[in-house]
Design a protein around this ligand. Sequence first.
Ligand SMILES: Cc1ncc(COP(=O)(O)O)c(C=O)c1O
Length: 400
Amino acid sequence: MAIEGSLPFYKPLIAREEIAQLVEAVESGWLTTGPKTLEFEAAIARYVGSHFAVGVNSCTAAMHLALVAMGIGPGDVVLTSPITFPATANVIEHCGARPVFIDVEPDTLLLDAAALEAFLADPERQGVDAETVKAIIPVHFAGQPCDMDQIFALASQYGMAVIEDSAHALGAEFEGRKVGSDYGLGFQGPWASCFSFYATKNITAGEGGMLTTNDAELVDQVAVLRLHGISRDAWKRYQVASYQHYEVLFPGYKYNMFDLQAALALPQLAHIDDWQQRRETYTELYNQGFSAIEGLQPLQVKPNRRSSYHLYVVMVDSAQLGVSRDELLNRLAAEGIGVGVHFRSLTVQKFYREKYGFHHGDFPVAERASDQVLSLPLYPAMRESDVERVIHTVWKVLGV
Ligand SMILES: Cc1ncc(COP(=O)(O)O)c(C=O)c1O
């Protein structure tokens, strides 16, 4: 039960403009994939600087379709980060492939490019046949891009496809280029970037996702796969004067974005830069507010990146603070502050731990992070006074 006057972990900013667009879409009589989806796809491609964008019903769907379209299947290995939402590894399992986790950097919790390089130099040492390593899913955790320079270079060298999990990272930049573009890095292999418009994301459709790429062939495949694998989607079928039969090209999926989602999310794009700025300002306020507390460590942002500031994550060092992360979570919740945990390592989750026989100590950085990460409220609907309240409450419950 919510405590009166509590500050939720997340609350979206849905203005009259978004509601008006939604009503207009409903009144148009076209409710499923159609003109609003096309408009939203074009707007996202323009915003991130990609040649193409394909709307789907989640980031999970975007990643799954990218893997399928790139031919990933049984016997293949896909590398990824253990500090992520389960969807990132689940989609690899859905293809019948095997996820292999690479540990993260301690200060950013992003996939560690040096550990990746070491793995690729000798995968057999970890029981992986080099021939089977087909793709990598780097996760732009909390909105900070991974080292894409290094990841593309290693993907080129070892012949891997790259599917970016950009669920957190709409608006983020690597070396001045937006996540969702090719960063001007000239990667020649198969590549796609996958975004989420889930309820808590920087812009939201309630649920929704988008795949961006510069690869026309990949886009055509994904567009067919997202709607049952049939040759022309409903929108196109109803546009012509005479009835057109469709062909089933592949037993595809029911993953299409529909116009009500696009109508809700599209007008939010006009605010994204302003909202990102507010997220950054609040992040700085939090960082200043906690700088004197030994044992509360915020994530670091590297100098060649701009985060989307999707999450505010601090690492709670229980040895220094005398309080565990879970105890701090409970104390904050009891004071009416919404909190989250992003994320406990997938290597400690029952399914992955048991299936792949992981042991304590296999992923030391991710395992430590699992016990230390704590997310505090960060969203543009908050006011500065809300941020100050959270800082004050953290000090109070820690008794420092
Ligand atoms: C890192 C990460 N990847 C993927 C997803 C899946 O996104 P969606 O809910 O749009 O499928 C999420 C969802 O929160 C996420 O946090």
